[in-house]
Write a protein that binds this ligand. Structure first.
Ligand code: PMP
Length: 365
């Protein structure tokens, strides 16, 4: 078990751990937010108090990610999944062509959804090696008249991450950053649109953040459902309908917590250290191996196997008994996956490595 508070180290891919300090602050304010006599859960989204929360949450995110003025920040619902359709509905605006790089399950799903709306080309894929690497692409690989290029910046299931930002010239680059947002400094100006579900590095599930360059607004077809038009949300400051108020509030608290601790750069340093320790041990070990090519490894999702499915199961079950939980790989690929998002303390990674060593000694072949 963790520290002295009876909490486990939760290696879930999402929803996942949140900073304890933030949750304690939220608990303190749960029934009476800042003396206003009600909880944020009960509050009208049109109230002065919630208006201030939304405004501050956006402001904090803009500071953390250095988001330029000509980008809108939207707080939506529907998860990364709804973005798989909102992106093509809004951005297939001229040629109705878009190019996708397929690096895993979520990228594949994004491309499949887009195919319902236009001419989608898979310009590169790492399916040939069960998505163990990120393909290198150049500007020449994209169709000149593509309306956008879509990438999945961090592949939660396969544990891969782009070590570079593809050069797309004038074609807007769209990135799904659901499982890596706020884990590294990103030059937002390199992207036309960034989206991310909250339930990994930001907040409980329920809000999806969309950062969109203003010139990409206003192209949803007339017949598109109103909620699916980015411009509707931009024009209404994410208040076209009732937003996920409580999740937005927690996101704002997490953003303030990150700001208080120096922003994204120090977090990235710790994330590199955490993942570095784990990969180093896996690479040196005789029992475990990581199937991911070194230059494509994720800082957030560390995938590993013993090579024996029964032993993997035993590992996951034994780890659970000492408070290291949710270490099973995605149901589609098996093995193990340690998701070590921003809120996973170094101590959790150290405890995991300690357990892995013990398990290796006891189960050496
Ligand atoms: N994209 C990525 C990279 C993800 O990891 C996930 C979910 N884990 C999704 C999209 C889908 O997100 P949601 O369940 O919020 O729709």
């Amino acid at each position: 078990m963790n520290q002295n508070n009876g909490r486990v180290y939760n290696f879930s891919a999402g929803p996942s751990m949140l900073p304890l300090e933030v949750m304690e602050d939220v608990a303190r304010e749960l029934t009476n937010y800042k003396g206003c006599g009600q909880s944020v859960m009960e509050m009208s989204h049109r109230s002065k108090e919630f208006g201030a929360i939304l405004e501050e949450t956006e402001k904090s995110l803009r500071t953390l990610m250095n988001i330029p003025e000509n980008y809108k920040v939207l707080f939506l619902q529907g998860g990364g999944t709804l973005q798989f359709s909102m992106v093509p509905i809004n951005l297939l605006r001229k040629s109705k062509k878009a190019d996708y790089i397929v690096t895993g399950t979520w990228a594949k799903k994004a491309a499949a959804e887009a195919k319902k709306f236009g001419d989608i080309k898979i310009v590169a894929s790492s399916a040939d090696t069960t998505f163990s690497y990120i393909p290198k692409v150049n500007k020449e690989d994209f169709r000149e008249d593509a309306d956008y290029v879509h990438i999945t910046f961090n592949n939660t299931i396969y544990g891969t991450h782009y070590g570079y930002i593809p050069e797309t010239g004038d074609i807007p680059l769209v990135a799904d950053m659901s499982s890596c947002i706020l884990s590294e400094e990103i030059d937002v100006t390199k992207f036309g649109l960034i989206y991310a579900g909250a339930q990994k590095n930001i907040a409980p599930a329920g809000v999806t953040i969309v950062i969109i360059r203003e010139d990409l607004l206003g192209f949803a077809p007339e017949e598109a459902p109103t909620y699916l038009d980015y411009k509707v949300h931009a024009d209404n400051d994410s208040m076209y309908n009732t937003p996920p108020c409580f999740t937005i509030y927690v996101a704002g608290e997490v953003f303030k917590h990150i700001l208080k601790n120096g922003g994204v750069a120090p977090l990235n340093k710790i994330d590199i250290e955490k993942a570095g320790k784990l990969y180093k041990y896996i690479d040196e070990s005789k029992l475990y191996s990581c199937p991911v090519q070194e230059d494509s490894r994720s800082l957030m999702n560390v995938v590993f196997v013993t090579g024996d499915a029964d032993l993997d199961k035993k590992f996951i079950a034994e780890a659970k008994t000492i408070g290291l939980v949710n270490l099973a790989g995605h149901r589609s690929i098996g093995g193990m996956r340690a998701s070590i998002y921003n809120a996973m303390p170094m101590e959790g990674v150290e405890k995991l490595i300690e357990f892995m060593k013990k398990f290796e000694a006891e189960n050496a072949k």
